[in-house]
Write a protein that binds this ligand. Structure first.
Ligand SMILES: Cc1cc2nc3c(=O)[nH]c(=O)nc-3n(C[C@H](O)[C@H](O)[C@H](O)COP(=O)(O)OP(=O)(O)OC[C@H]3O[C@@H](n4cnc5c(N)ncnc54)[C@H](O)[C@@H]3O)c2cc1C
Length: 308
């Protein structure tokens, strides 16, 4: 696994709370991502970046075999994506696409790669949405060790194998899976019966997704070369478990009684997802629960609850 958080997120706070009598719970409920790639300028060991997995590439396993029933499609169900990939003998996967798909759909999570969002520059954000993300794609092709490009599927498979130092990827199998998918697109909308295409058609009904999702893009398309394969590892992000609290953010002991003067908020007590959201937390809304739980604690403290 790659580390998608920071080394300081080491759980020591939970250990200290436990020493004070707190009930620590649900630590097994981790929120991990399926599309991690290695940072080429790592700030700490195993530093990973989380790609927002695109919808139009073909998602294949470590052997280059397409995931089917259902096909894996980015941004649908993060827990399912991670579970499905981890059922394989080797627990990493690949997305195979062409440059045109990458330019339109490529995105990286985090402020470092989204300056327009970070700096609240709405115009720059909209322009990038309309223009695509070609510059960032090039940056990753040039620097990220998990990207390979090629002019043909055979060459791509050879480079995928070189990257992992194996012969796992079967070029003919990959070629066949890509050809099946591309043929399905060629049939036209009335005869397409691929679940990935159904999902793409569905998400494109919403304008926000239409702007950043290709319209039935073939993988092998002479006008969209080169082919790109991205090797993706599971990446850690956050914990949905932690210090058990009541609805006033008071820390509870193992008998369920509040510990005087001890409050907990945010991800430390599972509100970076989990808790308020449920196990299949809605992507991108974790921060809200953290901020809200801080407000709840402040109100309780201000009104003298749980304080001696
Ligand atoms: C790369 C990345 C991208 C993410 N993207 C999203 C997203 O798009 N949407 C979303 O909703 N969530 C996202 N999350 C999750 C979300 O950001 C976190 O769950 C949330 O920020 C946790 O907030 P918090 O206040 O509980 O903890 P933190 O933000 O970790 O704050 C804890 C603070 O305590 C400080 N601290 C630690 N020890 C001490 C000490 N001993 N004394 C004093 N201070 C101390 C730390 O320096 C830190 O500032 C992302 C997380 C990561 C890592």
């Amino acid at each position: 696994m790659l580390n998608g958080s920071i080394p300081e997120a080491d759980g020591k706070l939970l250990d200290r709370a436990e020493e004070l009598g707190a009930n620590i719970t649900h630590l097994e409920k981790m929120w991990n991502y399926a599309a991690g790639v290695r940072h080429w300028e790592p700030l700490f060991p195993n530093h990973g970046l989380s790609l927002v997995p695109a919808k139009s590439p073909l998602w294949v396993n470590y052997q280059g075999r397409r995931f089917v029933d259902p096909p894996l499609v980015g941004a649908y169900d993060t827990l399912m994506l991670v579970d499905r990939i981890c059922q394989e003998k080797k627990k990493y996967s690949w997305q195979v696409m062409n440059r045109k798909i990458a330019n339109k759909e490529f995105a990286v999570s985090g402020a470092e790669f989204n300056p327009a969002v970070r700096d609240k520059k709405m115009l720059a954000f909209i322009l990038r949405l309309l223009k695509g993300n070609g510059e960032q794609v090039q940056e990753f092709i040039d620097h990220c060790p998990d990207f390979v490009t090629a002019g043909t599927v055979t060459e791509l498979a050879a480079k995928m194998n070189a990257l992992t130092g194996t012969n796992d990827v079967d070029a003919r199998r990959l070629e066949r899976d890509i050809a099946d998918y591309d043929d399905n697109i060629e049939r036209g909308t009335k005869l397409q019966n691929d679940d990935q295409l159904r999902r793409i058609a569905h998400v494109r009904q919403y304008l926000g997704d239409r702007l950043r999702t290709c319209n039935m893009a073939r993988i092998v398309d002479p006008d969209a070369m080169p082919l790109i394969a991205i090797r993706m590892q599971i990446l850690t992000r956050k914990s949905l478990g932690g210090i058990q609290v009541d609805l006033d953010a008071k820390v509870l002991d193992q008998q369920g009684n509040p510990i005087p003067n001890l409050f907990a908020v945010g991800e430390a007590c599972g509100f970076g997802g989990g808790g308020m959201h449920g196990k299949r937390a809605l992507e991108g809304t974790f921060l809200g629960g953290c901020v809200y739980s801080g407000r709840v604690a402040a109100r309780a403290i201000n009104s003298g609850q749980g304080v001696r």
